[in-house]
Design a protein around this ligand. Structure first.
Ligand code: SF4
Length: 433
């Protein structure tokens, strides 16, 4: 490691080295003993840039296998023009990318200590599904939410880093990737949707590109927290083609225009129902999940009725409802028209009743069909629990199987649906039918 620049760059170098050490790498005291040389550059002044370029030149002359990171990484063209044979160039604070480049240039040697950590890291979810976080923070300022003040503005991960993590998870047994963020449809806006090299081509920091490449890894890909911006239309054909699960989790939160305005919701446009219709024409099996808040300050009976009528039209597959709670620090707390608790309860009961009826009717229509089901749990008493493509773990319904037929968690099998209730399906795996 050749570390140049200010104390901030030094701390970055320490972080990179700490991670590499925990991956089993050692530090070499000289060029000759190193499998690869990392140069953490400074690009603040022209003189600092020149010093960085000289350091890269020296490392290439002395060792030949060089990865460049740090502030000058933002000027990859300049570096590559002068040193076309550098192995990789990454920018400041791109720890994952630097570490990934080192892994590629000098694959870690298996070690009984390091290998205590399984491929894909330690997980709190079962082996067969994994959450994949693509960004942190949010550029919106919904009046009931304090996430932007806690986590800051949108900061997207590089698409190649996300894909590398997804690849590792799939290699380690993940069969379903659940893409999460605060606003998945805004992914890459902060990176100006820049493209990065990926598998001989390019991948843009954009929801559509990322979804397509994730779909090629062979696992189920489920998109959460998507807002109905116009470009979301581009992922629907990926669903129709089977690359991404026909499932969208869109937290609408309300439907009445005045409430949405008070909530300051993004993508608050009147044409949502029309878009849902178009999506269903392209991909008839698409399942839409959403969540709603009832009893938001200022919500009138007419607003609430508007929401119920909208739900009748929208025919959403899965709905979660919440009674409004003032979160400390949220702007919505100061809004006039607080809704009494008893009214909130009554509206909550009404929306639950409405959405359960819609769900029940939709699930009845699945009886007699054969659906792919991913197995979550095999019981001791000969049954199993799984989920169809329309069900995310923990939040949606389940498919109860009356015969396990030698299944194990993570298997994906065709299931004949025999019965349904308000939220769950019941069936039998086809090989056991
Ligand atoms: S509710 Fe979601 S979109 Fe709105 S500010 Fe919070 S995180 Fe962002």
């Amino acid at each position: 490691m050749v570390s140049l620049g200010c104390p901030k760059a030094l701390v970055d170098s320490e972080r990179i080295l700490t991670k590499l050490r925990s991956d089993g790498y050692g530090l070499s005291p000289d060029y000759a003993g190193a499998d690869v040389v990392l140069v953490n550059t400074c690009g603040f002044l022209d003189s600092a840039k020149e010093e960085s370029l000289e350091a890269i030149g020296e490392a290439i002359a002395e060792n030949g296998r060089v990865i460049v990171t740090g502030c000058m990484g933002n000027e990859a063209d300049v570096i590559r023009a002068r040193f076309p044979n550098v192995l990789a160039v990454t920018g400041p604070h791109q720890y994952e990318a630097v570490v990934g480049a080192v892994h590629e240039a000098a694959p870690p040697v298996p070690s009984p200590f390091v290998d205590l950590v399984p491929e894909g890291g330690l997980k709190l979810t079962p082996r067969h599904y994994s959450y994949l976080k693509i960004s942190e923070g949010c550029n919106h300022r919904c009046s009931f939410c304090i996430i932007p003040s806690i986590r800051g503005d949108l900061a997207s991960r590089r698409p190649d880093a996300v894909l590398r993590e997804a690849e590792k998870l799939v290699a380690a047994g993940t069969r379903e990737l659940l893409v999460i963020s605060q606003d998945t449809s805004a992914y890459g806006v902060d990176l100006r949707h820049k493209a990065w090299p990926w598998k001989g081509g390019e991948v843009r920091a954009h929801m559509t590109d990322l979804a397509r490449e994730l779909g090629r890894l062979g696992a189920w890909v489920r998109l959460h927290y998507v807002y109905p911006y116009p470009h979301v239309d581009q992922v629907i054909p990926l669903m129709a083609d089977g690359l991404v699960l026909p499932y969208l989790d869109i937290p609408f939160q309300h439907a009445a225009p005045s409430v949405l305005k008070a909530m300051k919701r993004p993508a608050n446009e009147a044409k949502v129902l029309e878009r849902l219709r178009t999506w269903r024409e392209i991909c008839p099996d698409i399942a839409i999940r959403s969540s709603f808040v009832v009893g938001f300050p200022g919500e009138t009976e007419a607003d609430f009725q508007y929401l119920l009528d909208w739900l009748d039209e929208a025919q959403l597959d899965r709905v979660g409802a919440f009674r409004f709670e003032p979160v400390e620090g949220a702007a919505a707390n100061a809004l006039p028209g607080a809704v009494p608790e008893a009214v909130k309860e009554e509206r909550y009961a009404r929306i639950m009743e409405k959405t359960a009826a819609i769900s029940a009717a939709k699930l009845q229509a699945r009886i007699g069909r054969t659906l792919d089901v991913i197995i979550d749990l095999v019981d001791d008493d000969g049954g199993a629990t799984g989920r169809s493509k329309a069900d995310a773990p923990e939040i949606d319904g389940e498919v109860q199987l009356r015969d396990t037929a030698g299944l194990k968690p993570g298997d994906i099998v065709p299931v004949l649906i025999e019965d349904a209730d308000d939220h769950d399906l019941f069936g039998v795996p086809l090989q056991a039918a």
